[in-house]
Write a protein that binds this ligand. Structure first.
Ligand code: EPZ
Length: 429
């Protein structure tokens, strides 16, 4: 298995291009199931999760073609995918695929809306929390689907089609909002989703569905109204920039010091993180080209923060922020409110010399002057990248194992950092 070797101590200077967002690309690809015409997606990141979802959609009969690279193309340009779900040949999403990537459960919404039935494996356990799917099922039931659980599979049936209905989520859920949006797009009549997720990726999905002919208003707010239509048609949409990748590189530069332009990044997608980093002492400017982040030799100031749904500080940046705070000038408190088990990186950061204690959902991080490199491994995508960030500032060598986690969500991480001066490389094997 590949590893990533980081030698700490180099400042980062230069330009890092921001890729299309993984967490927008995945639901957008799934939305192709809603139409028998082709959905063209631009700026799709080259990631293991995108490849896996292509395979999963292929199983349902979606024909996916990827644009080849042409002379003159910038290697930073995302890929273009053409997804054609003209003939859906199978409405079952099997356990061996859904268990590899939870987001593939979201095929349930479009399949039941368009085909009147779906048989989708329950995703099972997850490294960061229990992550049930009850809100997805409640939303589909509200729209008139009959739901049963058999042998680990959710069997959803709506022989006469779905009917628009009010849906009120007990808690904000990005995935359940995606499911409700996609299902309601083809339901008969009006659906109003209350307590909808306001994450930019939900807005991006709604934007694409509107281009496909859906009638949706209010996406990006907590109440979304959908007037169902009979069919959706071909459309072309470009995936929005990845706010989590952006935030990750902001933390990396704040950690190592330097001056980097995050090209293509959009400040409005992560204002809470920008405000927090500015408070911690990073210099942040928004330009036409993206976000520029600078930090001189001063140590970072500690922060107190809770993760929460958008527009607050995102759970997907919690591990990276914690890595940064391991070297702050004082004590930080970081509270995780979205997932109950998202502190698996704490023990690995401790191997580098970080001083962190966890009490329930709050981690107390006492900044230390120096970290020292060590072999480390992580259990999920964002935890892995937090170890890379820590490694950038640690003395000596940090070897990050289980790089496959990183490959799920960060496009060319080591090249992007190395081009800005980081001593980082992938070690095959
Ligand atoms: C999405 O997961 C993201 N995944 C996650 O990113 C992200 O951490 C999360 O949203 C929160 O922002 C993708 O977009 C592919 P949720 P999702 O439903 O939709 C509870 C990453 O690193 N809940 O918003 O699965 C749930 O347990 C990943 O890229 C229920 O109780 O998250 C959690 O506590 C990790 N029942 C909370 O809601 C349900 O039916 C929010 O989860 C659904 C969710």
């Amino acid at each position: 298995m590949d590893r990533i070797r980081v030698r700490g101590g180099n400042r980062l200077n230069g330009i890092i291009p921001i890729s299309g967002a993984k967490n927008a690309a995945l639901p957008l690809m799934i939305a192709s199931l809603l139409s028998d015409e082709t959905l063209t997606l631009d700026n799709v990141p080259r990631l293991a999760d995108v490849n896996l979802l292509q395979h999963i959609l292929g199983n349902h009969g979606v024909d996916v073609t990827m644009s080849g690279k042409r002379a003159g193309d910038d290697e930073n340009d995302g890929q273009t995918l053409r997804l054609s779900a003209k003939n859906i040949v199978d409405t079952t999403a099997p356990y061996h695929l859904v268990s590899k990537m939870r987001a593939s459960f979201w095929v349930i919404g479009p399949l039941v809306a368009r085909m009147g039935k779906a048989r989708v494996s329950m995703p099972g356990g997850c490294a960061i929390g229990t992550r049930p799917v009850d809100f997805h099922l409640d939303a589909l039931r509200a729209l008139g689907a009959d739901i049963e659980i058999e042998e680990g599979y959710v069997i959803a049936n709506a022989k006469k089609g779905l009917r628009g209905a009010p849906i009120k989520f007990a808690k904000v859920s990005v995935g359940a909002t995606h499911t409700a949006l996609m299902a309601a797009a083809l339901a008969k009549g009006e659906t109003v989703i209350e307590n909808a997720a306001q994450e930019p990726e939900v807005f991006d999905l709604a934007d694409c569905l509107i281009k496909m002919g859906a009638k949706i208003s209010g996406a990006g707010t907590s109440t979304i109204t959908i007037q169902g239509v009979e069919r959706l048609h071909a459309a072309r949409h470009s995936v929005l920039p990845d706010r989590i990748e952006t935030g990750t590189y902001l933390m990396a530069v704040a950690m190592s010091g330097g001056d980097v332009l995050l090209k293509g990044a959009k400040p409005e997608l992560l204002q809470a993180a920008l405000d927090l980093l500015a408070k911690a002492g990073a210099e942040i400017t928004s330009t036409n080209e993206g976000i520029r982040v600078k930090r001189d030799g001063n140590r970072i100031e500690p922060v107190d923060v809770s993760t929460a749904p958008f527009p607050a500080f995102p759970t997907d940046l919690q591990a990276q922020l914690m890595a940064l705070m391991t070297r702050a000038k004082g004590t930080s408190h970081i509270r995780e409110t979205i997932f109950e088990n998202r502190f698996m990186h704490v023990q690995e950061l401790a191997r580098l010399g970080a001083r962190i204690s966890v009490d329930g959902q709050t981690a107390t991080v006492e900044g230390v002057e120096r970290l020292k490199g060590a072999p480390v491994m992580a259990t999920d995508l964002r935890a892995s990248v937090s170890l890379v960030i820590a490694g950038l500032a640690a003395e000596g060598e940090t070897m990050v194992h289980r790089v496959y986690h990183l490959d799920r969500g960060f496009e060319r991480l080591e090249q992007k950092l190395a081009r800005c001066g980081a001593a980082i490389e992938r070690v095959a094997g």
